[in-house]
Design a protein around this ligand. Structure first.
Ligand code: B12
Ligand code: SF4
Ligand code: SF4
Length: 385
């Protein structure tokens, strides 16, 4: 088999395995990676120490003799509404509800894509008789996957820093295989990656509630709600708590507002459809239920879900912040029981949970004291004890 035939085979097998897009980049230091040292030096990576791994400078550092990076994409979009299309009020008639980012509604993509990448490598070992080295990664390896995807012809690196494909939008995961196989690059007709189609648009930059896109194409991860709710282990800085709104895991706002996602296709895979547990939605979950989960219930509900990454402590911390933002007032259904649960959490041994619960409780109690149309009939919980 010659180089072009081998490449065609890789793409054919990836399609058979259900990947929506697949392309090949040469395993070399991509030009955008020159920004990485400055980005790291500015502290934008926050506590994500693994992003400092020097091997990220080039895929060639990862596998000796690497020649190609196979980049695969899997759509996770569903037909459910975008976070920016649901009412802004957190407190619904059923009680305050949080919001989980679209990518985390179903099964953990690390498992789904990891299994497909392993199957692809196994299939290629049967197709190609010559021995070759291949290492597959979904997030976990020292590869900047979006940059590799750009040079594999899968889309452009957009101002919100996501990879966008002209037809598929940005609701897809990436997975890579760094290999010694000699394959042909999948660049456009002019031999260059896809054109940047952001143009004069800046909807994502203006919509970001925490101003995390500090300039077009540059994200200060420390300000990003996705980082604050998933990666940050400690205390959420006070300045970000109110802008976090209802988010309890991840954030999609800069993708929800993107014109390239308006007609994005929907996945046929059942894996990424929203789960539910104990009659609670797992895309817009009941916040009181979240703050009441025991360790065992958390493990059971979020088994094989990406949400397990934030651990019970992180999820309760985030749900406390969302409750503090819920606008729940004295007199609203469930106001008293939620305040009572927050008061219990404010007294637990875990300093992180306790501090965020106290913050939320203070805000809800203050809501009870604000002048309201029916304020004269409202008794703040402190006066009830
Ligand atoms: C760390 C990480 C995060 C961090 C940091 C995000 C970031 N922008 O880097 C946090 C936790 C915030 C995060 C959030 C999200 N992530 Co994430 N994340 C990663 C991870 C593990 C590494 C990314 C990385 O290396 N970042 C380092 C920085 C330097 O990369 P960068 O921001 O893209 O930086 C480039 C530009 O800033 C540019 N640059 C820098 N300076 C300058 C200056 C100028 C002038 C210019 C022009 C350019 C430029 O060059 C840099 C590249 O060298 C990847 C998986 C992987 N291994 O690649 C997934 C990944 C990028 N994440 C993904 C997803 C889905 C998300 C979320 C949508 C999840 C969510 N809903 O909450 C959000 C999106 C937020 C956003 N707007 O990016 C997908 C993206 C898919 C796609 N279509 O783009 C990936 C690829 C995971 C996967 N396997 O599918 N993520
Ligand atoms: S994911 Fe949310 S917080 Fe992060 S950059 Fe996008 S809009 Fe801002
Ligand atoms: S919202 Fe506009 S600027 Fe932002 S990524 Fe989409 S097209 Fe680019």
């Amino acid at each position: 088999m010659n180089r072009a035939e081998r490449t065609g085979k890789v793409i054919e097998v990836s399609r058979e395995l259900g990947f929506d897009l697949c392309g090949i980049a040469a395993a070399e230091a991509f030009p955008e990676l020159a920004h990485l040292p400055k980005w790291l030096a500015q502290g934008y990576a926050g506590d994500m120490r693994y992003l400092h791994d020097a091997r990220r400078q080039s895929p060639a550092n990862i596998v000796q003799g690497a020649r190609s990076v196979i980049v695969c994409a899997l759509n996770y979009n569903t037909s459910l509404p975008f976070s920016t299309h649901v009412p802004h009020e957190i407190a619904s008639q059923h009680g305050p509800q949080g919001w989980i980012a679209r990518y985390a509604w179903g099964d953990d993509y690390h498992n789904v894509i990891g299994e497909k990448l392993d199957a692809l490598v196994n299939a290629l070992r049967k197709e190609f008789p010559e021995p070759f080295e291949a290492r597959a990664y979904v997030d976990t390896g020292p590869v900047v996957e979006r940059v590799a995807a750009k040079y594999a012809g899968l889309g452009w690196l957009a101002k919100n820093t996501c990879l966008i494909h002209e037809e598929s939008g940005s609701w897809f995961f990436l997975g890579v295989i760094v290999t010694t196989l000699d394959l042909a690059e999948s660049l456009g007709p002019a031999g260059s990656p896809a054109e940047d189609l952001c143009g004069n648009c800046r909807l994502c930059i203006d919509a970001c509630p925490t101003a995390a896109i500090v300039e077009p194409y540059v994200l200060d991860a420390r300000r990003c709600i996705s980082y604050l709710t998933i990666e940050l282990r400690g205390v959420i800085p006070l300045e970000f708590r109110e802008p976090m709104g209802r988010h309890v895991f991840g954030c999609d706002i800069c993708q929800d507002v993107c014109p390239w996602n308006r007609r994005a296709p929907v996945t046929a895979l059942a894996n990424f459809k929203p789960r539910s547990a104990a009659q609670h939605s797992l895309f817009s979950p009941d916040l009181e239920w979240l703050i009441s989960l025991t360790e065992e219930e958390f493990r059971e509900v979020f088994r094989r879900s990406p949400i397990k990454r934030t651990k019970r402590r992180g999820l309760i911390r985030n749900a406390c912040v969302a409750l503090g933002n819920s606008g729940l007032r004295a007199g609203d259904p469930r106001y008293e029981e939620i305040c009572a649960r927050l008061a219990e959490l404010a007294a637990v041994d875990d300093a992180i949970i306790a501090e965020h619960a106290r913050w939320a409780l203070d805000r809800l109690v203050a809501n009870g004291k604000l002048p309201q149309p029916c304020a004269s009939q409202v008794v703040p919980p402190s006066a009830q004890r």
